[in-house]
Write a protein that binds this ligand. Sequence first.
Ligand code: CO
Ligand code: CO
Length: 321
Amino acid sequence: MLRHLPPIADPAVLVGTATQDDAGVYLVTPEIALVQTVDVFTPVVDSPYWFGAIAAANAMSDVYAMGAAPRLALNIAGFPRNRLPLDVLGEIFRGGGDKCTEAGVAVIGGHTIDDPEPKFGLAVTGFVHPGRIVTNATARPGDRLVLTKPLGMGVITTGIKQERTTPETAEAAIAIMAALNRGAAEAMLEVGVSAATDVTGFGLLGHLHEMTRAAGVRAHIHADAVPVLEETWALVRAGAVPGGTQRNREAVAHAVLWDGVSEDAQVILCDAQTSGGLLIAVPEARLEQLRAALRRREVSVVAVIGEITEPGSGAITVSMR
Ligand code: CO
Ligand code: CO
């Protein structure tokens, strides 16, 4: 659909719609580039407060994925004012606002429309030195792939809607989705990495495929090294698989070679994530430095899940080990 947008002529636009990157980037001065993104979705958890917090963490994630620091945000909401008490909207704003405060982001306004289904998200603005932008298009053969949050959020939130997910797992998933990717972004900036993206709606393999295709490389994923929240396996067996996850699997089928990987694991590797972790491509020589920098910032998951293998057209091989 992006081809229906006008072509970008302004040379100050450093990253626009031509690449499948996480956010747009605009050069303000030789020292300052502005990074902009927007994300909105329908409730993924029952608590309005945590829905707001997760939506905010998710919206800021695209700024972190570019190596930038978010600073400003505008709320965007849809709300059925005749069907739900306004306090619910207040709780959504409070959750989003607390998350923005934690990130050092000022919420400077917003807009709400009457809408039969609640929706919430933010337009987020951040800043980065133009020489330090991290794109998703520059992974190189020999890079190792590091993931900073476990998979399973699409399956678990579908399980919540179907009343199959246990309260313990729902709580764990909320904490994971509401966690900022700030520590991961700061660690990758400190160490210097080849490329990064955040894992969201297209799932791990969908976002990895964007990286490999853009860079003209191939990748290898070790399925048993990919962190997964434990109950996800049982929920997949029970059929709690979102439509987006199934579509992701079909969308990457042409590019993925499955080598002895179970059906359930294939589903999870394509599971549509909400506010997932960063997927970072780092030169082998800096891997240990990155791991240490991530741990120092208390990033809870630091998983080395595979590597960029060779030049190519974006194909991904997934094997068990
Ligand atoms: Co993204
Ligand atoms: Co996004």
